[in-house]
Ligand binder design. Structure first.
Ligand code: CS2
Length: 493
């Protein structure tokens, strides 16, 4: 068996290695949610920035719930392999920008210390949509969530993401630490503004002066992040070992494409992320909307229809003729709802997405993308659906995606296999759909009635409800495969 990855000097020449001295270099970033996506994206940009421009910008990773990543990365001195799978070619690179990983369950005080350290100038986040703790109906802090409620009662011993940020700000203020940038890297519209609102909501409740101090000293730029990164599998680890000759328990695999668009509004400097190709702009909103509605919207549609049709991976869905047509239609319809995006021709962007989804080297599971639908569909599908409804455009793509999601929510495949619905609102979904059997109208009504799921104007739009119901009835009666064929090629059936 190979030795563990702990250094990179003697790795094969073909492997790209950190181009900077790691020893003695300070950490300037604390990153919450140090999962595969962070390791394939922001940590790589930071590695490039350190190589080109240096600086004390190493990353301290934080896991909020589990110790797995700390256990994988710390024995490797924070080093790990990124496998880039572009078509036939796989290239491997060892990334050195992560200094270490702290896990909240094991060392909560060390996490707060790192967040509050004056040397920490950026706290970045990839904590998934549900990690923010906002009430979908109002966009404000959801005080009814157990972790948020517990943190409001005991703000010095946080568990939630926002609780950690506010506790860190309180310590920073007490210590006279400089301003801080909170950098959200999750797929949510206006992610910077959102986290700012939640932090201030929370802080106001514990200490009004603290809230004012945060508003004055901290920055919350929005970002758009993009790199398709499937969950690490045993195959990823085996491939990394083949490439490097070392056991690497923290390897990730990803595609060649990568994009990061960031609002250039930082409280106390930032790494030279341009070195990795990041684009700094005054407003991220147009890029973010494009990515959420085109890439992520189509992804969710692919995930639900594909999973139900028995396709394990996104690439398998793309090999299916009718599904390809539906993905193309979805991208076209979503593009129509967008304002022009500087430097990007939307038809080219769509063509590129078709290629990326079809990448035969990336095994991205439909089941992975299908989780947390209630947290994803509002910005991916319902918002563009509302825009299309108000403009009088076709609602078919959005209705199809929504109907497939409702079918998915029922928690059983067509051959009767039950699966667990991973969604923070799983209990509400089960309560809403329970007892309606295969009655498409009743199911659609129940789901449309869920609080805060859809914009009210969309939930009340008869045309949308009917379009969803018709499709759901077809799926339940004729089956998923027939419904897909009918949707893609209505004249042939
Ligand atoms: C995916 C995203 O799992 C999902 O919901 O749609 O993680 C997607 O792969 C990334 O946003 C790509 O940048």
């Amino acid at each position: 068996m190979s030795a563990r990855l702990t250094a990179f000097d003697d790795l094969p020449d073909a492997i790209r290695k950190p181009g900077f001295e790691r020893r003695g270099r300070g950490a300037g970033i604390v990153h919450l949610g140090v999962g595969a996506f962070h390791r394939a994206h922001q940590a790589v940009y930071t590695d490039d920035a350190l190589a080109r421009s240096g600086g004390d910008w190493m990353i301290i990773g934080v896991s909020l719930r589990s110790c797995d990543v700390a256990e994988a990365l710390n024995p490797q001195a924070g080093l790990y392999t990124v496998l880039v799978r572009g078509g036939e070619k796989i290239s491997a690179r060892v990334v050195g920008s992560i200094a270490k990983v702290l896990a909240v369950p094991r060392e909560p005080a060390a996490v707060l210390d790192a967040l509050a350290a004056p040397s920490t100038r950026i706290v970045s986040l990839t904590v998934t949509e549900k990690g923010y703790g906002f009430d979908p109906a109002t966009g404000a802090l959801d005080r009814s969530r157990p972790d948020i409620a517990a943190d409001l009662a005991e703000p010095d011993r946080p568990r939630s993401v926002v609780g950690h940020l506010v506790a860190a700000f309180a310590q920073r203020r007490a210590r006279g630490a400089p301003g801080l940038t909170v950098l959200s890297c999750d797929n949510l519209p206006g992610n910077g503004e959102l986290v700012r609102r939640l932090v201030l909501d929370f802080a106001r409740e514990v200490d009004r002066d603290l809230a004012c101090w945060i508003a004055e000293t901290a920055r919350f730029p929005s970002t758009m992040v993009d790199r398709i990164t499937p969950a690490t599998s045993d195959e990823t680890l085996a491939e990394a070992e083949r490439a490097t000759g070392r056991v690497d328990m923290a390897a990730v695999e990803t595609e060649a494409f990568s994009q990061w668009v960031i609002e250039d509004d930082f409280a106390a400097g930032r790494p030279d992320w341009e070195a990795g190709g990041a684009l700094f702009v005054a407003s991220v909103a147009p890029y973010e909307k494009m990515k959420l509605r085109m890439l992520n919207g189509a992804h969710s549609m692919i995930a639900y229809a594909g999973f139900l049709a028995g396709h394990e991976h996104v690439r398998d869905v793309m090999a299916h003729e009718a599904m390809r047509l539906l993905v193309e239609r979805h991208l076209r319809d979503a593009a129509r709802t967008l304002d022009p995006v500087k430097g990007i021709a939307l038809p080219d962007y769509a063509a590129r997405l078709m290629e990326r989804f079809a990448n035969p080297a990336i095994a991205h599971r439909t089941e992975q993308i299908a989780i947390d639908g209630t947290q994803k569909l509002p910005q991916r599908v319902f918002e563009p659906a509302l825009a299309a409804f108000e403009a009088g455009w076709s609602l078919d793509s959005y209705a199809f995606a929504t109907a497939m999601w409702i079918r998915f929510v029922l928690g059983r495949t067509e051959d009767g296999r039950a699966y667990t619905l991973h969604d923070p609102r799983a209990a509400a979904l089960a309560a809403a759909t329970d007892g309606h059997g295969d009655d498409a109208g009743a199911l659609a009504n129940a789901v449309f009635g869920l609080d805060g799921l859809m914009p009210a104007r969309l939930a009340q739009a008869r045309a949308f409800r009917d379009a969803v119901e018709t499709r759901l009835a077809r799926i339940l009666k004729d089956g998923v495969a027939a419904a897909i064929t009918r949707e893609a090629m209505p004249c042939r059936v």
